[in-house]
Structure formats: C-alpha cells, structure tokens
Design a protein around this ligand. Structure first.
Ligand SMILES: NC(=O)c1ccc[n+]([C@@H]2O[C@H](COP(=O)([O-])OP(=O)(O)OC[C@H]3O[C@@H](n4cnc5c(N)ncnc54)[C@H](OP(=O)(O)O)[C@@H]3O)[C@@H](O)[C@H]2O)c1
Length: 343
C-alpha cells in the first residue's frame, strides 16, 4: 500500500514532494531523461523543491540538460544539481556515464530510470553479442539494464535504496519477443506467448518496413516491469527495492516522431480523454521513489507496478509479470550484453 490513499490521478508531483519531503531531504538521487517539456523536468523540479543532498540529471542532449538546470535554479537557487551525459543506446556512453556518477556521489539513494523513446520506424541496433535489436528495446530496456547494473555498487552503499523504472500502460501491447526482438518475423510468426495482444486496433499493428513501432514500444515497456521485478528479487538481501510506473497520458516530446494519425491514436489511450499535466505526470514516479510506506511492502507478493499514485498490480498484463519471465529476461539481457551483473 502507498501511504496516501488520497493521492490519485489528479495529484501533482509538487504536492507529493511537499507531503513526502522528509524522504527527499538529504538523499542523493539520479534521474534520467531530463528535457524541457518532459516528465523528467517536472520530476526534477519536484525533487529539487525538497532539498536533496544532490540531484544528478543524466540525459543525452547537453543543451536540454543546461536549460533544465537553468530553469530549476531560477526557482530553487540553492539546489545542488549535477549533469551527466548519457546515451542509453550506446554501451560506451553508459559505461562513461556510470563512471561520472561514481565521481560525483559516494552512494545513490534513489535511481529513477525515466528516459525513453517511442518511434514508428525501424532503427536497427546490434547488441554486443551480435543479436539485432531495435532502438526502442536497446534504449528503453537493455541500456537501462546495463546502466542500473553499473550503478549497483552505489545503490548498495546507501541505507535502503530504491530503483524506479518508468514503464507504461503501453506494455499491454506486446510481450517481450525473446525469439524476435527486432520484429524481423511476421507479427504473429512467433510462439504464442510472444504474440501481440489480441484485438488490437489496426493502427497499433501497422508496420513500416515490417517494423511495428507501437509493438516495439510495448515490448520495451513490458521489459521495464520484468526488470524491476527481478531487481527486487535478486537484491532482496540488500534492502534495495524496485518499482515500475505508468505515469498516465501526458503531452510531452515522446510522440515527436509520430504522424498526425499516430498522435490521434495516442490521444485515444488517455482514459476517458483525461490528459495529465506534466506535473501530474510525474506524481506517480514521486510516490514510487519516495513513499516510505513502500518500504514495508512484501516485494515477493507484488509486481510493484504503480499507476495514479497507487500500487496497481491488477493493471499489469500476464506477459509482464511472474518470476520465470523476469528471470528469463535478466539472463537474456546478460547474454545480449555479454555482461554478467554482480549482485
Ligand atoms: N508521455 C506519456 O504519455 C507517457 C506515457 C507512458 C509512459 N511514458 C514514459 O515516460 C518516460 C518519459 O517520457 P516523456 O513523455 O517525458 O517523453 P520525452 O519528453 O520524449 O522525454 C524522454 C526523455 O528521455 C531522453 N532520452 C531519449 N532517448 C535517450 C537516450 N538514448 N539516452 C538518454 N536519454 C534519452 C530524452 O532526451 P532528448 O529530449 O534529449 O531526446 C528526454 O529527456 C518514458 O520512459 C516514457 O516511455 C510517457
């Protein structure tokens, strides 16, 4: 249970921060995916409002990071902010960024994996083991997996750290396609457990060059949930717990590469046409990251998925939960990266 039953879809990150301020003060927080007009910005602003010891902002575009720092400093001049360049589609960049974080902080209390991409087009990426992936799986999952693994020593150095993966209700579109990460086969030419969700509107299954962008996004967002489940399980003896979040439907830059039809389709996913403001869109992340009540939850019995500021395991598709799938994704991620995570 989250501690505040009154928090819901209308709650803002600013409100959550002021209520949970004692859990933010004195903490060292690392947040990825920080650009103006994004959820990362409102998350950073809400965290900065409560005086963390240090807030490390990691993202891929220096000018956007600088703009966010400038804007936060205008409101909270004494905020202690650091920036780190991080491109989650590049293992070289991820390794360098993790070294930069270690130079800035002796420990990390909260890691918020917020960065993400959504694209309708095929952008092939080759994993370190030679497997072809798409950029959504690489950026949204495999890069996040490596980045989190490299920060584990800093997270373990904290008293009871937390890792938050920003997923999406879009996870319901597709399981992880273990046999076809890059969508090279026919959409339904995979084992039953990897097929797209049934009865999808045709737009979600439309392809460009054989690539179904929405399903690729869904695959990566299912991976975010499974990754969080397995992190909590493997780290149970360390006091680190991990949650995943659906932030709501929020107008940001995420749909930047979609055409009008694609943007209209996304608009229809807003429950009863309800769009959150960017401040509301960061509220559930703030609960997952800082609510002390979530330290009492038995992680062995929950998916740890939050929506509208509450734990909502009931909203998670069967293909994005369960120990067997979570463990399989972890093992596969290590294989794709040719990297063994040290717990
Ligand atoms: N908006 C929604 O309705 C919605 C719904 C469900 C889930 N989400 C999730 O919420 C998170 C935040 O999305 P948003 O809506 O705020 O979208 P956004 O405005 O596009 O922000 C995404 C952030 O991720 C950064 N990013 C993208 N690719 C990166 C890479 N390779 N390496 C490092 N950083 C990278 C972007 O940096 P640049 O700006 O420099 O490219 C930007 O700061 C995402 O994980 C998304 O999947 C959003």
């Amino acid at each position: 249970m989250a501690s505040h039953s009154e928090f819901g879809k209308d709650t803002t990150a600013t409100e959550v921060a002021s209520v949970l301020g004692d859990s933010i003060k004195g903490r060292t927080v690392v947040l990825t995916g920080v650009s103006p007009a994004s959820i990362g910005y409102t998350t950073a602003l809400a965290i900065a409002s409560q005086g963390p010891v240090s807030l490390v902002l990691a993202s891929r575009t220096p000018a956007k990071l600088d703009a966010v720092v400038r804007d936060i400093k205008k409101v909270y001049p004494s905020a202690v902010l650091h920036t780190v360049l991080l491109d989650l589609s590049s293992t070289t960049s991820i390794h360098a960024a993790a070294v930069s974080v270690a130079a800035l902080a002796g420990h990390v209390d909260v890691l918020i994996n917020n960065a993400g991409v959504s694209t309708p087009e095929r952008h092939p990426v080759t994993a370190p083991d030679g497997t072809e992936l798409d950029t959504q799986f690489m950026t949204n999952h495999l890069g996040v997996f490596l980045w989190t693994a490299l920060l584990l020593p800093l997270l373990k150095a904290a008293l009871s750290a937390r890792i938050v993966n920003i997923s999406s209700q879009g996870h319901r579109l597709s399981p992880v396609r273990f046999s076809d990460y890059a969508f090279r086969r026919g959409l339904y030419d995979v084992p039953d457990a990897e097929k797209p969700a049934a009865d999808l509107a045709s737009f979600f299954t439309s392809t460009v060059d054989g690539y179904a962008g929405f399903l690729g996004y869904g695959q990566s967002k299912s991976a975010n949930i499974l990754h969080a489940i397995e992190l909590s399980r493997r780290l149970s003896s360390t006091g680190i717990r991990s949650f995943s979040v659906h932030p709501g439907t929020i107008e940001t830059e995420l749909s930047r590469s979609l055409d009008k039809e694609g943007q209209d389709t996304i608009a229809k996913t807003a429950p009863k046409g309800f769009w959150k403001t960017q401040d509301q869109g960061a509220a559930t992340t703030m609960v997952a990251a800082f609510d002390p009540a979530l330290a009492e939850v038995d992680m062995a019995t929950t998916v740890g998925y939050l929506s509208d500021c509450q734990l909502r395991d009931d909203m998670v598709g069967v293909h994005a939960q369960g120990k067997a799938l979570a463990t399989r994704l972890w093992t596969e991620s290590e294989r794709l990266l040719k990297y063994s995570v040290v717990i």
